[in-house]
Design a binder for this molecule. Structure first.
Ligand SMILES: Nc1ncnc2c1ncn2[C@@H]1O[C@H](COP(=O)(O)OP(=O)(O)OP(=O)(O)O)[C@@H](O)[C@H]1O
Ligand SMILES: [Mg+2]
Length: 124
């Protein structure tokens, strides 16, 4: 599997918990490796407009997420047929919220999956 990393220019510095952000990105990469049967992963990091934070996306061209579980995919315990505890994406969502942001997922069966994470930073 090939990993393509694109870091765009002028990424703003944000305050954050580096261990948690590492965990977030790792959970997403691990999902692609474990579930997607994809040939490539693309990880991009870019600035949000008007210095409002950072956008991280992880996309793959794999099998996609079953439509039956997609609406509940961020709930704890929701996992696909191939097993797993179903906690990874719930943790990702908690960490994104902790950083004033959020997470969304777009997935098409047979085409691939794209996860978008917004991080604005921890206040104070
Ligand atoms: N990139 C992806 N391609 C295909 N399916 C995915 C992808 N990412 C997530 N999924 C589906 O979403 C489900 C939930 O993912 P989540 O990370 O929350 O739990 P998990 O990977 O099953 O278990 P773990 O708690 O070990 O992460 C997966 O079981 C899988 O079915
Ligand atoms: Mg997972």
């Amino acid at each position: 599997m090939k990993l393509q990393v694109v870091i765009k220019d002028n990424i703003p510095e944000i305050s954050g918990d580096v261990d948690n952000i590492t965990q977030l990105v790792w959970n997403l990469l691990q999902n692609v490796i474990t579930h997607s049967e994809s040939k490539t992963i693309e990880l991009t990091v870019e600035a949000l407009a008007a210095n409002l934070g950072v956008k991280v996306t992880v996309s793959d061209d794999g099998v996609g997420i079953e439509p039956e579980i997609l609406p509940r995919i961020f709930e704890r315990g929701v996992s696909g047929k191939k097993g797993g505890s179903g906690i990874g994406l719930a943790i990702c969502r908690d960490i994104a919220k902790q950083h004033g942001g959020g997470i969304s997922i777009k997935s098409v069966s047979g085409t691939g999956t794209k996860v978008t994470v917004i991080l604005r930073g921890i206040e104070g």
